[in-house]
Design a binder for this molecule. Structure first.
Ligand code: SAH
Ligand code: SF4
Length: 350
């Protein structure tokens, strides 16, 4: 897809034509200009040539039943960018018609967290805001195809976006924020700020900047360890941004925005899942607008997931200490689309 020439192609047309074209792409999610029947055939052909809409991707659908407690209904797309690099993005369909897309913000990631598949790829590049948006457009088209009801012309859309795919969003701050504003734009995607979440490994400058944007989006911090000694081992970025400094930035963010902040904690067998570590975690998470999201570890090679008994034990300690917490569903682990399993090989889509 490439809309760089859109304004140029339509420059001799009346003004409202550009709006019509944008509506077709960003509201009605056409995948070929031939669908834009309000344009003359010549113009449609020209648009197809100069502003192609095709998004090259291959798609993998989870075999788990849609709506099941195991988090079925997830779909992974591997999108080929114009420069040939590949990114992964996932759609999670919920039974209440919510559709969440987990977008990538970088190709690879420079932060190299030990437990993360993306981290192992190294860093390739920052995505442009168009490349971020393209992932949401792709799944809007997909949803349109599978849910369009002929009678009413209605179809399901992407309702929630999480920046939890490949990459560290706050190392690509400007493009990420630009994409958020576009997704939030009432004229187009109209995705509410409260339905958009950004997850960071703890880039303090990003947390500070976000607090000044006046946006009601959700912030999540990848914590994964209750102290610097362990966190440094799992997440090298902790050396630059230690826990105390990250939590201080979060407190400032909360003071300013009055928003809740989520702390993600992946439970890794024998590494960060003991009762003592739960207690240590409870001590630093004991604040009103903090809440902890426990994540089951998804296999990427080195570590193992905590077993169910240990997860229950860990939760018991947090419960006793009156910590707000929840446990995340495992979405799409059968299609390598769960958190931290995003990594692309160099194979092109068919
Ligand atoms: N770079 C950002 C956002 C992308 S990662 C960040 O780290 O926050 C999205 C979430 O998945 C993060 O909380 C990340 O720590 C977590 N994650 C990474 N690897 C994982 C794995 N193997 N299993 C489960 N969660 C993982
Ligand atoms: Fe990067 Fe996040 Fe993976 Fe760490 S967990 S390597 S910050 S994508």
């Amino acid at each position: 897809m490439n809309l760089d020439n859109l304004e140029k192609v339509l420059e001799k047309e009346p003004k409202y034509r550009l709006k019509q074209a944008k509506d077709a792409v960003f509201k009605n999610f056409i995948s070929d200009w031939s669908e834009a029947t309000f344009f003359a055939k010549d113009l449609r052909d020209k648009l197809n040539k100069e502003c192609p809409l095709k998004i090259e991707a291959d798609v993998l659908v989870s075999k788990k039943p849609f709506g099941s407690a195991q988090g079925g209904g997830s779909v992974k797309a591997r999108i080929k960018l114009r420069d040939g690099l590949m990114i992964e993005t996932v759609l999670m369909r919920h039974i209440d018609n919510r559709n969440t897309v987990c977008v990538s913000s970088q190709v690879g990631c420079p932060l190299g967290c030990l437990f993360c598949a993306t981290g192992k790829m190294g860093f390739k590049k920052n995505l442009t805001s168009d490349e971020i948006i393209e992932q949401v457009i792709f799944f809007n088209r997909y949803l349109k195809k599978i849910t369009l009801s002929e009678a009413e012309g209605l179809f399901q859309r992407v309702t929630n976006v999480t920046y939890m795919g490949m990459g560290e969003p706050f190392l690509n701050y400007e493009n990420v924020l630009k994409s958020i504003r576009i997704l939030n734009d009432k004229e187009y995607f109209n995705i509410g700020a409260r339905s958009i979440s950004v997850s960071t490994a703890g880039i303090i400058e990003g947390i500070k900047k976000l607090s000044q944007e006046g946006l009601q989006i959700n912030l999540a911090i990848s914590l994964h360890a209750p102290n610097d000694k362990l966190r440094k081992e799992l997440m090298p970025i902790d050396k630059k941004y230690p826990l105390e400094a990250v939590l201080k930035a979060v407190d400032d963010y909360i003071n300013k925005t009055k928003r809740k902040v989520m702390f993600e904690y992946v439970l890794i067998k024998g590494v960060n899942d003991s009762d003592e570590q739960a207690m240590e975690l409870a001590k630093i998470m004991n604040k009103k607008l903090y809440f902890v999201n426990l994540i089951l570890y998804n296999a990427t090679g080195i570590f193992k997931a905590s077993d169910t008994k240990r997860v229950e034990g860990f939760k018991r300690v947090l419960g006793k200490e009156k910590i707000n917490f929840s446990q995340r569903y495992r979405f799409g682990d059968d299609i390598q689309a769960a958190c931290g399993q995003f990594a692309t090989n160099t194979k092109s889509p068919q």
